[in-house]
Design a protein around this ligand. Structure first.
Ligand SMILES: C[S@@+](CC[C@H](N)C(=O)[O-])C[C@H]1O[C@@H](n2cnc3c(N)ncnc32)[C@H](O)[C@@H]1O
Length: 368
C-alpha cells in the first residue's frame, strides 16, 4: 500500500466555520465511500468491473449474481465518490485501470479495499464501545465480527506476499538457516498464513503458531493438513505466561504485542525462548509513543481509531494495560531493552507504511 498524503496541512490551514464545514462535508462523503468500498470488495464487484468493458448495472448485477437495484445504488455511490466513471448516454459504468490498481484482488499487495474493511468493522462496535467508555472495561476478541478474517486478509498483503522478497532478507543469513532447518515460532499468529507460507517454502524447518483464539487459525490448519504440510503446528494458547527454554532460531510477532494482556512478560518470554543465536522479528505499528509527534502521521486518525475501537479494548478486556495501536516505537524500543534484547534495530519497508520491523537478538546468557 502506498503512503497517503499527510492531513497535517488540513489541520493547520486558517480556521473558519465555513472552511471546517466544507472539510467536514468531504470527510462525511469519504467515510461513506469507504464503507461502500468495503461492500464492493467483499462482493468482488471491483474485481468483476476491472474485467468488464463499460457495462450497464443490469450486466454488472447479472455477472455478479446480485440484485440489480442494490448494485445500481452502490454504483451511484461509486460514481459520485469519484471511484467509477459513468457514461450517461449509454448508462454504462467503468472502473478506471488506475483505480482497479488500488481496489482489486489482482492488485494485491496494493489492494486498499482490504484496509477499507476496518472502517465498517470498527463502526459496527459502536454500541458496545459506548459501554466501554462508561465502564472502562474492555471487550473479548469474540465480540468483534470478522476480526480474524480481516486481519488475515491484511496480513496476506503486508506480510505473506513480502516474506521472501522483503521481510526475511532484513535478517542476513536467515533464509539459509531456514533452508537448513530451525525451529520457528509465530506468537499471536492469528490466521497463521505467514507460517503456512514459510512451512511450504522451508520443509526442513519446523513452525509453530500460538494464538489465544483457535478459530483464528482453524481454517489454515485444515488447509495445511489437506496439503500434507507436516512441519506446521498450531496451538490455542494464552501467551500471558509464555515461557519456553532456548528452543527457537526465529520468533516472530506480527502486529500482536500491543494487544496482549502482559506485553512486557511476553517480550521477556520470547527473549528466553530464543536459542543463543536466535533472532526476534517484531512487526508492529510505525509511529511515535507521543501524540504530538504523530500530528503529521499519514495514517494517524485511522490508527488511533482502530486502537480506540479494537486494540485498546481487547487488551483491557484481558486485564492488560491497553497500550493501544500507537504504543509507539519509543516505548517498543525501551520494552525490548527491558526484556533484555540486544543488537536492536528498526527497519521500514515501503510496501507496508503501517508498520515498523524491529530485529533483536537474545541476550547473551554467558557471564561477562
Ligand atoms: C492484531 S492480531 C494479529 C494476528 C496475526 N499475527 C496477523 O498479523 O494477522 C493480534 C493477535 O493476537 C492474539 N492475541 C491477543 N491476546 C492474546 C493472548 N493473550 N494470547 C495469545 N494470543 C493473543 C489475537 O487472538 C490475535 O490473533
Amino acid at each position: 500500500m502506498n503512503a497517503p498524503e499527510t492531513i497535517r496541512d488540513e489541520n493547520s490551514t486558517a480556521r473558519s466555520p465555513e472552511h471546517f464545514a466544507a472539510r467536514f462535508s468531504r470527510m462525511l462523503n469519504d467515510a461513506a465511500v469507504v464503507i461502500m468500498v468495503s461492500i464492493g470488495h467483499r462482493l468482488e464487484l471491483f474485481d468483476l468491473m476491472s474485467r468488464l468493458p463499460p457495462a450497464s448495472s443490469d450486466v454488472i448485477a447479472e455477472q455478479a449474481q446480485l440484485s440489480e437495484r442494490y448494485v445500481r445504488e452502490w454504483l451511484a455511490v461509486m460514481v459520485t465518490g469519484g471511484i467509477v466513471d459513468y457514461d450517461p448516454g449509454h448508462r454504462h459504468y467503468t472502473l478506471d485501470p488506475a483505480h482497479a490498481a488500488c481496489l482489486t484482488r489482482a492488485a494485491s499487495p496494493d489492494n486498499m479495499a482490504v484496509t477499507a474493511q476496518f472502517i465498517p468493522l470498527t463502526g459496527s462496535m459502536e454500541d458496545r464501545l459506548l459501554d466501554c467508555f462508561r465502564s472502562g472495561e474492555g471487550l473479548p476478541y469474540t465480540a468483534f465480527p470478522r476480526c480474524h478474517e480481516v486481519m488475515a486478509e491484511d496480513s496476506q498483503q503486508t506480510v505473506v506476499a513480502a516474506l521472501e522478497s522483503r521481510i526475511l532478507p532484513l535478517i542476513p543469513g536467515l533464509q539459509q538457516q531456514l533452508q537448513q532447518g530451525i525451529e520457528v515460532l509465530d506468537a499471536g499468529c492469528g490466521g497463521g498464513l505467514a507460517l503456512l507460507e514459510l512451512a511450504r517454502t522451508y520443509p526442513c524447518s519446523r513452525f509453530t503458531g500460538y494464538d489465544l483464539c483457535a478459530d483464528a487459525f482453524a481454517e489454515t490448519a485444515a488447509l495445511a493438513a489437506s496439503q500434507g504440510v507436516d512441519n506446521l503446528t498450531f496451538e490455542a494458547r494464552d501467551l500471558r505466561d509464555f515461557s519456553e527454554s532456548s528452543r527457537y532460531g526465529l520468533i516472530t510477532t506480527f502486529d500482536a504485542v500491543h494487544d496482549q494482556p502482559d506485553p512486557a512478560a511476553l517480550l521477556r518470554g520470547i527473549a528466553g525462548a530464543l536459542r543463543p543465536d536466535g533472532v526476534y522479528l517484531m512487526q508492529d505499528i510505525a509511529g511515535s509513543s507521543v501524540l504530538e509527534n504523530n500530528l503529521g502521521h499519514p495514517l494517524g486518525p485511522l490508527l488511533y481509531s482502530i486502537s480506540c475501537c479494537h486494540c485498546t479494548p481487547v487488551s483491557l478486556g484481558q486485564g492488560g494495560p491497553g497500550l493501544g495501536t500507537l504504543w509507539g516505537e519509543e516505548l517498543a524500543l525501551s520494552m525490548l531493552e527491558e526484556a533484555g534484547f540486544v543488537d536492536i534495530r528498526r527497519e521500514y519497508l515501503p510496501h507496508d507504511p503501517f508498520n515498523v520491523y524491529f530485529i533483536a537478538r537474545r541476550p547473551d546468557p554467558r557471564p561477562q
